[in-house]
Write a protein that binds this ligand. Structure first.
Ligand SMILES: NC(=O)c1ccc[n+]([C@@H]2O[C@H](COP(=O)([O-])OP(=O)(O)OC[C@H]3O[C@@H](n4cnc5c(N)ncnc54)[C@H](OP(=O)(O)O)[C@@H]3O)[C@@H](O)[C@H]2O)c1
Length: 266
């Protein structure tokens, strides 16, 4: 799908990777509607995009409010007409031993990361099916192999990957494309960077711009799935599918479990 003059609803546009995606889509000629809770963060992204000559509208909204998403979509479509492209980028994580999560914390992770993208897509799909459209969701490598001490996050991201997988088959032959992006650790900004814990050396990090570039590529080529990671991840993921316990050994050897232990929030 071409991006020029398309209206994009992008969640998580106030900080982290989202502003990179916003700027890259704006540079490609899209009209952006950026969503997040922080008006201040959204206005910073807006100023940066408008400085470059792009168009960025803001909607302050808490994605935990699943029942409010229908009104939100109505509000978003009054700005520049129907939404052509949905980028589900907002996400939260919280590292804990599983028994130490509260029920509310697990619900929040699942609502923001999984339920909100699915519900937004459900609400936007009828118009997209008539006019054409694309849905891109930012999942994570944590949805390809479970992450100890970050398991609700892993569950939410695995859910997004499998939902996209099923939807791609359901949408085949329609005017709607669907893609999932699976980044590894991202440097310079974002949820992992903010923790200031060194990533496992054998996995390395990728730049946030690489995620933004993957979003553009996914929309243009209707890519099924794009992994954003420095190392050769696909063979390792394939080994983990054939033998999960051997996959555990690799993850342990890479230091991922010790790494997440250091990220546990009190
Ligand atoms: N950074 C990484 O290394 C990495 C790796 C793999 C995958 N990812 C994925 O990439 C995406 C972006 O991550 P990031 O690193 O940019 O995260 P981030 O820096 O923590 O930013 C998260 C974004 O989501 C928004 N958000 C959080 N809770 C929200 C809520 N309740 N309602 C509405 N918006 C909310 C935040 O805005 P407000 O706080 O203003 O609401 C912010 O714009 C996520 O889906 C993440 O899982 C990141």
């Amino acid at each position: 799908m071409e991006i020029q003059n398309k209206t994009v609803l992008l969640t998580g546009a106030s900080r982290g990777i989202g502003p990179y995606i916003a700027k890259t889509l704006a540079n490609a000629g899209a009209v952006l509607i950026g969503l997040a809770r922080s008006e201040e963060g959204l206005n910073t992204t807006k100023a940066e995009i408008e400085y470059e000559g792009g168009t960025f509208h803001t909607i302050s909204f808490d994605l935990k409010n699943i029942n409010g998403l229908s009104d939100l979509v109505e509000q978003a479509t009054t700005i520049n007409g129907e939404i052509d492209i949905l980028v589900n980028n907002a996400g939260i994580e919280l590292c804990r031993k599983y028994q130490n999560y509260s029920a509310d914390e697990i619900r929040d992770v699942l609502n923001v990361n999984l339920h909100a993208p699915l519900e937004l897509s459900r609400l936007l799909l009828p118009a997209m099916l008539e006019r054409g459209g694309h849905i891109v969701t930012v999942a994570s490598l944590a949805g390809k192999k479970g992450m100890a001490y970050n398991t609700p996050y892993s569950a939410s991201k695995a859910g997004l990957i499998m939902w996209t997988d099923g939807m791609r088959q359901e949408l085949r032959g329609t005017k709607v494309g669907i893609s999932v992006i699976c980044p590894g650790f991202i440097s310079d900004t974002g949820m992992f960077y903010e923790d200031h814990v060194d990533p496992p050396a054998m996995l390395g990090t990728s730049k946030p711009q690489a995620v933004a570039d993957a979003v553009i590529k996914a929309i243009k080529n209707n890519s099924a799935e794009i992994i954003v990671n420095k190392g050769p991840m696909k063979p390792l993921l394939a080994i983990g599918q054939i033998s999960p316990s051997f996959g555990d050994k690799i993850v342990r050897k890479f230091g991922v479990i010790e790494f997440n232990k250091k990220r546990i929030k009190k």
